[in-house]
Write a protein that binds this ligand. Structure first.
Ligand code: NAP
Ligand code: HSE
Length: 444
């Protein structure tokens, strides 16, 4: 039998505990799959006294990250600390010490991908990151390996389990935003700083990783526009239901300038953004509930594909981390890593273009004064931007609306995002409009 593989776990919180459980509790199964025993040799944490979801042998546990990295019996360092500063340092140190690295840290990859991957190539070591996008869904392998014959033309994905959990709980369970977020935190879905989940940043980090694999682009933070679910009003969830839609936080990459349409001519620009989108209730993405993630990828050879599964939480994420450990023990990961040349200077010709150019339908909710001429004013502004209206709803009153105003909901036909936004800015200045407009793209 081959030599065992020594593993150091940096971080033993939600994900780290799951990984330790698998390594300590399923050693025989993992050995059978790897051909080598995966041995947990070090576990570094911040607070030794903290209760853990796994019984780590006390001799393995320490607060000394450096000792874990530099232990000569350790071959693979698993970074499950999170954040970007300490994580960057320990990953670079591990590579410099000649260790392969497994990480679930999408914030690290989005912020420091070029530096980390360059360091790995220089050290002739491998970085694996299956768990960094969509938790237990093997989307990194699917996109990077199984779809390798394709040029991807579109990605539409639910990539943040916490946001999807909150939206599902609000729409189906009538829960408040605050209660649903607290529940997602208790279940271990949320980031240490949950702002990253609900403001769209976590989904943007994951989209940056997918866009690197699919298009070879290194998206800078400002190139991925993001809007989260933190300002979603229950009024819009109710209107979405009335109109036959569900609101989902989607991370999207469009090569075609028209949502859901093929580009007339081959294009080498891609628009990347994260936003709440109204999705038809019958659409597959609308059926994805709770902390589940789903990724719809269109390839020019394969057509449309869909991947779905648990996107966050202890054991689903540990499943992906340990799959990376097995791939490293077998030696597959090293070959894939060398061939993929991710975050290198290899230019595949794609550029990131602003989302302003994407054509979409839109939902627009206004709080307007109930007086003659209001609808005409709004329609005139939309018409001036060449935007055509598909339907209008006006109810008499909705709880919580500013006094003497009524909600006016407009669904548009396809329009360029930039022109729609320009119309909204003008509408917001109309004296008959009582509060800033709320708008979301509509996926049809
Ligand atoms: P977590 O529960 O907050 O665990 C973080 C761990 O890092 C804890 O064990 C903590 O030690 C340790 N740590 C923090 N600062 C440290 C320091 N200065 N020195 C030593 N150890 C330190 O986080 P998590 O949810 O497991 O997430 C870990 C990573 O996985 C993050 O990058 C996250 O984005 C990613 N991820 C999470 C999920 C999920 O569902 N949770 C899914 C996919 C990816 P103590 O326990 O002693 O405090
Ligand atoms: N906080 C993340 C989420 C964890 O809710 O999706 C998985 O990356």
């Amino acid at each position: 039998m081959s030599e065992p593989v020594g593993v150091a776990l940096l971080g033993c919180g939600t994900v780290g505990s799951g990984v330790a459980r698998l390594l300590l509790g399923h050693g025989d199964r993992l050995e059978q799959r790897s051909g080598r025993r995966l041995e947990l040799r070090r576990v570094a944490v911040r607070d030794l006294a903290k209760p853990r979801a796994v019984a780590v042998p006390p001799a393995l546990l320490s607060t000394d990250i450096s000792a874990a990295i530099n232990d000569p019996s350790v071959h693979i360092v698993v970074e499950l600390i999170g954040g970007t500063d300490l994580a960057r340092r320990v990953v670079l140190d591990a590579l410099a010490a000649g260790k392969h690295v497994v990480t679930a840290n999408k914030a690290l990859l989005a912020a420091h991908g070029p530096e980390v991957f360059e360091a790995a190539r220089n050290a002739e070591r491998t970085v694996c990151f299956e768990a960094a996008v969509a938790g237990g869904v093997p989307i990194i392998r699917a996109l990077g390996e199984s779809l390798a014959a394709n040029q991807v033309t579109a990605i539409q994905a639910i990539l943040n389990g916490t946001s999807n959990y909150i939206l599902t709980a609000m729409a189906d369970g009538g829960k408040s935003y605050t209660d649903a977020l607290a529940e997602a935190q208790r279940l271990g879905y949320a980031e240490a700083d949950p702002t990253l989940d609900v403001d769209g940043s976590d989904a943007a980090h994951k989209l940056a990783v997918l866009a690197q694999i699919a298009f070879g682009v290194t998206a800078k933070p400002h190139e991925i526009e993001r809007q989260g679910i933190d300002r979603i009003d229950v009024t819009d969830i109710r209107f979405a239901t009335e109109l036959g839609y569900t609101i989902k936080l989607l991370a999207e990459a469009w090569v075609s300038p028209v949502r859901n349409a093929e580009a007339a001519t081959p294009r080498s620009a891609v628009a990347l953004h994260v936003a709440p989108v109204m999705v038809r209730k019958t659409d597959m993405l609308a059926q994805v509930r709770g902390a589940y993630n789903a990724i719809q990828i269109v390839g020019d050879v394969v057509g449309e594909t869909l991947y779905q599964g648990p996107g966050a939480g202890m054991m689903p994420t540990a499943s992906s981390v340990v799959a990376d450990l097995i791939d490293l023990a077998v030696g597959r990961a090293q070959k894939t890593f060398a061939a993929a040349k991710l975050w290198s200077n290899r230019d595949r010709g794609f550029t990131v273009e602003p989302s302003e150019k994407v054509r979409s339908r839109f939902y627009l909710r206004l709080a307007v004064r109930d007086m003659p001429g209001v609808l005409a004013d709004v329609c005139r502004v939309l018409a001036d931007e060449g935007i055509s209206i598909s339907s209008v709803i006006q109810h008499e009153a909705v709880e919580g609306h500013p006094e003497q105003s009524v909600p006016l909901v407009i669904m548009t036909h396809y329009a360029e995002t930039g022109r729609f936004r320009s119309a909204v800015r003008t509408i917001d200045r109309l004296p008959t409009v009582a509060a800033p407009a709320v708008s979301y793209p509509v996926d049809d």
